[in-house]
Design a protein around this ligand. Sequence first.
Ligand code: GAL
Length: 760
Amino acid sequence: MTRTFKLTIASAFLAGAAQAAAMARTTSVKLAEGWEFSRDSTNWVAVTVPHDWAISGPFDREIDKQTVAIEQNGEKTATKKTGRSGSLPWVGEGRYRRKVHLDKGVGYASLVFEGAMSEPEIFWDGRRVGEWKYGYNVFEVELPAAAGEHELEVTLRNLPESSRWYPGAGLIRPVRLVTGPRCGVATFGVFVRTPALQTWEADVAVRNPDGIAVTISNHVKEGNGPYKPWSPEEPNLYTLITEIKDAASGATLDTAETRFGFRTLEYGCEGFKLNGKKRKFKGVCLHHDLGPLGAEWNAAAFRRQVRKLKEIGCDAIRTAHNMPAPEQVAICDEMGMMVMAESFDGWKTPKCKNGYNRFYDEWWRKDLEMLVKVNRSHPSVVMWSIGNEVPEQWSEMGFRHTKAMLEFVHSLDSTRPVTQGMDRWPGPIKSGIAGIMDLNGLNYRLNYYSMARDASRSGIVLGSETASAFSSRGCYYFPPDAIATNDNPHPDGQCSSYDVEYASWANLPDDDRAMQEDNDWVVGEFVWTGFDYLGEPSPYDTYWPSRSSYFGIYDLAGLPKDRAWLYRSYWKRDGRTLHIVPSHWTFPGREGKTTPVYVYTDADSAELFVNGKSQGVRVKAKTSRLDRYRLRWNDIAYEPGELKVVCPDGRTASVRTAGEAAAIKIEGEPFDKRDDLRFFEVTIVDAGGNIVPDAAIPLAFTVSGSAAFKGACNGDATSLEVFTEPKMTTFHGKLVVVVKGERGTLKVSGGGFEDAICHF
Ligand code: GAL
């Protein structure tokens, strides 16, 4: 076992003046309460941070209406895109202010902003002390360490046409006050790595303005091992304790704790190996918003997402297309999710006229530096991404920028590969980019995978973005292969849950699965997307009122679409996936009409019964794209009653035709004891407890006790009901209510039913 430490700040050993600070260690506290917020600098309201000023709406089609041709989607003529960035009021300016008290004896003080949307400027006692541009990044602003009460003010501004999706607005992630001694461990100053499974090493950066002589030591809090490796299945974590001592007196000046995990990464012609074992990424791309909470960061809501993703066997997340919130990565460490930590959706060439292109030249280094420094000790982070579908990918300029970024990221962290999601194949081969990336990420374009492998350094490729399938929970159209477009929408602005609709630049989930299964040199995929997100309502980007995506495996409320079981059947081969599509058997008026039935299962075959009558056995077959991973009965004549599927191993699943709506059912979702939010699934059921799948019933929510209503969401991408009022209409029989607080009572009323009450 080796234990080494290195210093990255040479001045740490310089002799100098005695250090004055009396504080023993650097601490960081969240500034959550005590803020006031204003849009006009006149009217101020009390808020807690994180805060997204736009999430309470109202939705308005005029907000950020973009008349553009989306080049990367192959569009040649500009059309009026409504809902592209969510139709919520995020454009404009906002201000936050609060008082901050610094204690006597503080030697160092700073503010760490974990994400401020966007272009934040920071004022301390009226003086401008810092700024950043990119709303997703972490940055630190050093403060004069004078004791007493201070005025902190933060101004933000969001330009129209600065985003391809809903960015949110405001202090969307925590703000921390860091205080400590003058000489101490620099913020984000510890970089711990595990070059082998029982081996660790660490770099420590020290702030030492007086240049005093110090000693630095590191040890693992839990002892000298043997250490258990970190993996998504067993996310074992350890804590590195770093101590800075005065070399002369031996007195401890500062200590820091860094959580890390023992794991090794190998990427090469044998594929991707974690801890020496070959595996493929079963990943999803996620935007930063958390559905009805908007861009307001919340650990409980993200834990819920991870829980749901793990349930279908997902083991990796790509933070599309920007840096993750720091707590997001810590949660991935804890719960076991690998992370592709991404940076940019664009460099110098704009995708949106007011996008990051305005800042790129001056800021890309600063932004990448923070991304890497903040996240490089986390075991969950297994690769960096320098961009997504940047238009420069086919050009000589793109090559130069890629090279500069690769070198820069490697200089900060040589332990992880650098990738980028590229879609303009064979452009990246011609420009030379494909030949210098550590790992070529392909967005869609399955027909270019082998060409990209041949052009690569590593002999492997990654599906950095796959599928882009569209669906809406509970929606079925007949025949199932009618694909919606802007000009030819389904009547309700939804997409089919038969999982046959996908974007023109993309493909079926089944096509990606076949690519993954058939080729050893493909190291995995990141599906677009794990959850629906606000904005980018393809295929309805000119169809109002669509205002959020249809791409998710889960809908915006976090409820599973049928596709969740399709992915589960690929990813979690535990013999427990058996799901019937349609997910209900209630189609009044379709009696006698052809109503196809699909089954998503990890079994190879199954037999279907309608009202006890066999409809035959289906066996998975490579004969067609849709029959390799699905069992399909295309010619079932609908008759009300029971639809049942039986597998050769005896497993069964069934759905029954629902009767009249009779009651409201509330089910609390699982939670972690640290969660400050609770999520409740509300369903309209018939007398037999079956979901009433067409129920669109306005409901009202009352929360009492020490809890409060936080939000509601029904997963309907065309709904203009705001998330933050305690009322909402069920979509296909369901919605989710979010409550802040750990104990209380939720009452759901409406539809003429008896109130449903849940004590928690
Ligand atoms: C990709 C893009 C994503 C999203 C997706 C929709 O080209 O990288 O951000 O727009 O298409 O299919």
